[in-house]
Design a protein around this ligand. Structure first.
Ligand code: XMP
Ligand code: MG
Length: 183
C-alpha cells in the first residue's frame, strides 16, 4: 500500500510488525507447551483474525487443524451492537475437541462471550481464547482470555487484519485510525 493512500487517515502506530511477530512467537511457544500431546483445533474469526492465524499457526511447532467462523456484530460503524449473526459456520464438529479461538481484538467482549457460549453448547472438550489485542477499558463483559498479545487503549485501530469499512486490513502494523475518518 502506498503511504499516500493512508496519509492523514492514521494517527499513531500502536504496535509494529516486529512487535507483533515477537509476541506471536512467544504465544505460539506457550500454546505448544500447554497443548503438548493433545489434538488442537484453531478456530479463526473471519475476517480480522486472518493475519493472526497465519502467523500464529506457523510460529507453532505443533500440527494443528484450522477452521473458520464468520460472525458479524458490526456494520460500517465502530461500535459493537452485541447482536451476533453467524455468516459462515464451522465445517468441523466440536464434540470432544480442544478448541482455541483466534481473534484479532477483544473490544466490548460481546462477540466472544456469545461465541464461547455457542461453542460450549457444541460439546468441546476445552475452549480457550487467543487475542492479539484487547481493550480493557472497553469491556462490557469479562472474557477469560488465556493468551493476549497487547492491551491497548480504547481508540479504534486498523491494520494487521483489522479494518474500517473493509479498508486497511493489509497494513503490516496496527495503527490508530484518525477520528475524522469515521466521524
Ligand atoms: P466486541 O466489541 O464484540 O468486538 O468485542 C469484537 C469485534 O469487533 C471488531 N473491532 C474492531 N475492529 N478496529 C477494528 O478494525 C477496532 O478497534 C475494533 N474493535 C472491535 C473486531 O472485528 C472484533 O472481532
Ligand atoms: Mg474480528
Amino acid at each position: 500500500m502506498e503511504s499516500s493512500d493512508i496519509a492523514g487517515d492514521l494517527t499513531t502506530i500502536l504496535v509494529t510488525e516486529q512487535q507483533i511477530h515477537d509476541k506471536l512467537d512467544e504465544l505460539a511457544a506457550q500454546i505448544d507447551s500447554d497443548y503438548e500431546g493433545k489434538d488442537l483445533l484453531l478456530v479463526g474469526v473471519l475476517k480480522g483474525a486472518v493475519m493472526v492465524m497465519a502467523d500464529l499457526s506457523r510460529a507453532m511447532k505443533k500440527h494443528v487443524s484450522i477452521d473458520w467462523m464468520a460472525v458479524s456484530s458490526y456494520g460500517a460503524g465502530t461500535k459493537s451492537s452485541g447482536v451476533v449473526q453467524i455468516r459462515k459456520d464451522l465445517d468441523s464438529d466440536l464434540t470432544g475437541r480442544h478448541v482455541l479461538i483466534v481473534e484479532d481484538i477483544i473490544d466490548s467482549g460481546l462477540t466472544l462471550s456469545w461465541l464461547l457460549e455457542n461453542f460450549a453448547s457444541r460439546g468441546a472438550a476445552s475452549i480457550e481464547v487467543c487475542a492479539l489485542l484487547r481493550k480493557p477499558e472497553a469491556a462490557k463483559v469479562q472474557i477469560d482470555c488465556k493468551y493476549v498479545g497487547f492491551d491497548i487503549p480504547t481508540d479504534f485501530v486498523v491494520g494487521y487484519g483489522l479494518d474500517f469499512d473493509e479498508r486497511y486490513r493489509n497494513l503490516r502494523d496496527v495503527a490508530v485510525l484518525a477520528p475524522h475518518v469515521y466521524s
